[in-house]
Design a protein around this ligand. Structure first.
Ligand SMILES: [Fe+2]
Length: 590
């Protein structure tokens, strides 16, 4: 979604701060083709940029990652992909460790069964090893960090990926997943009223907490959404991009990527993440390319995953443009923010679906998720009787990939007038691939509104933003699968998402549901009371995690889902259903 912020003002501020070469503005296209690394390997995009220093989060471990975790049943094997970066490797040691959410310290050693030469679909390297490990039967159901240590050319090397393995007791035939989108960390839009771009609303500013020195008070709308997601405890979560803003100044990815990465680790569930346009801009004033940041923080821009035999999902990058088309031309202004998928990625999606069909069981849910919805094409939506629109598509057809500067600037002008949704190539081709491969559901963001459209047997859902501009409210979507069918995907009859705030009212600041503990929930107490308040107009089922002193406990309310001792503590998970607009207290006693 395009900023409605006063672009002129921002432009002036940025132009006054950043020296921009006149040559860069006048003839930026000359080497664009050589700089475009193509799909699946964005490392070539920016190797010439000297001024970007990022502490890379993706190093030797290429799979599983924070943004592409593995969900595995205890007793099963898991094949890791490790890039030894040219070193001869041996003496492998693989562990699951407790995450930042856990009060426990137990680790679980995963015996290595085999090490083979491997490949990655997104990283060019000739030293990738497929390391197959087993999840021991005794591993409790939980989300874990992965730690891999090996000897490479005589040195012990360790790499970690937080939240990258979820161990389950079993896959559930009836399961739930949530969809969050457009979290926009760093967005100045959070401070004002969308109807009045000149205003700064103190109530909204409080919820945005924009760069508040106290990290607990920043991006409250996101922190509140995350607390609600954790309580819902879905089997997994998908996030469809626009994680940050990327349009304030050309260096902002340096801090926005870091902040986003930290903030999303407040999620205590496996989360699958693809980029949106705001994560993927390239600012030519500094050569800061969002595609390169993405690879260093989150890894691949497209991938697939399985939830046991019951679901197969593909996440893809719908902002799949040549770097030149993604560039701000010397300013924070960006001329392209609509969707596109190019041949290489489209072919990968098709092959992945065909491969999945060879082993798919009947009743498997097949889903695709991306930032832009391929149903909404600018070619069809932009008014065809506008002479500038006619001129634009003529120019575009004469030269695209990359476009000419003239075309880009006209596209930006028309985009501000009509917005940009699926702007470029291969929307119909992608839809045909989905139809031919019996895809059930297609999940998207970008427009910051809720919408549900059923077409050719595919459920297309667009979900509002976890940003204060979201309409009808800040929310996320809950999908429930029963008997191989998506049985629920909306909060109300209009197809809306679940509001994060009570009655969808952001300014009130009150969460639509939450849990409060009477005593510290860190394993020090021998009795506990947790009260779940549900301010929604629907009943709500949540899972409350409870850490007690080691012992035998009973719960006054709800169903005990987990109950095991570990390093002197007792871990319990209580599932409880709370009727609409009411509260339930769970008392835990010996
Ligand atoms: Fe957005």
């Amino acid at each position: 979604m395009k900023s409605w912020l006063n672009k002129g003002l921002i432009l002036l501020i940025v132009l006054s701060l950043i020296p921009i070469s006149v040559e860069a503005l006048e003839s930026p296209i000359s080497s664009a083709g050589e700089r475009d690394g193509g799909i699946g390997n964005s490392t070539n995009y920016l190797d010439a940029a000297p001024n970007i220093s990022v502490d890379s989060k993706v190093n030797q471990i290429l799979y599983p990652l924070f943004a592409t975790p593995a969900i595995k049943k205890k007793g099963e094997t898991l094949t890791l992909k490790i890039d030894t970066q040219g070193k001869t490797a041996g003496e492998w040691n693989v562990k699951l460790k407790q995450t930042n959410h856990s009060s426990l310290t137990s680790e679980y050693e995963l015996p290595v069964q085999s090490v083979k030469e491997g490949q990655s679909h997104w990283k060019d390297s000739s030293s990738i090893k497929d390391v197959t490990v087993q999840i021991p039967e005794g591993t409790p159901e939980k989300l874990y960090d992965l730690e891999v240590t090996y000897t490479g050319n005589g040195q012990r090397i360790t790499d970690k990926q937080p939240h990258s393995v979820k161990v389950v007791d079993g896959y559930k035939k009836d399961f739930t997943f949530l969809h969050l989108t457009d979290t926009h960390i760093g967005s100045p839009r959070n401070l004002g009223d969308p109807e009045d771009p000149t205003s700064t609303d103190p109530d909204l500013a409080r919820e945005a907490g924009m760069w508040n020195p106290d990290p607990e008070k920043r991006w409250l709308y996101l922190q509140k959404a995350i607390k609600e997601v954790n309580l819902k405890n879905p089997d997994f979560v998908v996030v469809t991009g626009d994680l940050m803003y990327g349009q304030m100044n050309p260096q902002e990815y340096i801090y926005e990527y870091e902040e986003t990465y930290k903030m999303l680790q407040k999620l205590n569930v496996p989360v699958y993440i693809v980029p949106g346009n705001h994560d993927y801009y390239a600012q030519d004033a500094t050569l800061a390319d969002g595609a390169k940041y993405w690879e260093k923080y989150f890894g691949p821009q497209y991938f697939s995953f399985d939830y046991g035999p019951y679901a197969h999902f593909i996440g893809y990058n719908s902002f799949d443009w040549h770097k030149y088309d993604r560039s701000g031309h010397g300013t924070v202004s960006v001329p392209t923010w609509g969707g596109q998928i190019r041949e290489e990625q489209l072919n990968w999606v098709k092959q992945d679906l065909q491969k999945n069909a060879e082993t798919a069981q009947k009743g498997q849910i097949r889903g695709l998720f991306s930032h832009h919805n391929p149903l909404w094409r600018d070619r069809e939506i932009w008014p065809q009787d506008d002479p500038e629109v006619q001129k634009y598509w003529k120019q575009y057809d004469e030269k695209n990939n990359p476009q000419s500067l003239d075309t880009l600037l006209l596209g930006e002008k028309l985009g501000i007038k009509y917005d940009q949704q699926w702007h470029g190539e291969n929307a119909q081709e992608l839809i045909d691939v989905m139809k031919n491969n019996h895809v059930n559901v297609s999940l998207h963001g970008h427009t910051h509104i809720d919408n549900v459209t059923k077409q050719d047997g595919i459920l297309y859902t667009t979900t509002t933003a976890i940003e204060l501009t979201g309409k009808p409210w800040v929310g996320f979507r809950n999908f429930t699968v029963n008997d191989g069918q998506i049985s629920s995907y909306h909060y109300d009859e209009s197809g809306h998402s679940i509001p994060v705030y009570e009655n969808g009212d952001t300014k009130g600041g009150v969460m639509s549901y939450e849990a409060d503990y009477k005593y510290a929930n860190d394993g020090s107490a021998s009795s506990q009371e947790a009260t779940v308040t549900n301010r929604l107009d629907k009943p709500l089922t949540v899972t409350v995690p409870i850490y007690m002193k080691e012992g035998k406990y009973k719960a006054s309310n709800g169903t005990i889902k987990q109950n095991y001792p570990s390093d002197g503590k007792q871990y319990l998970e209580i599932e409880v259903t709370v009727p609409a607009n009411s509260a339930e207290t769970i008392t835990i006693n010996q």
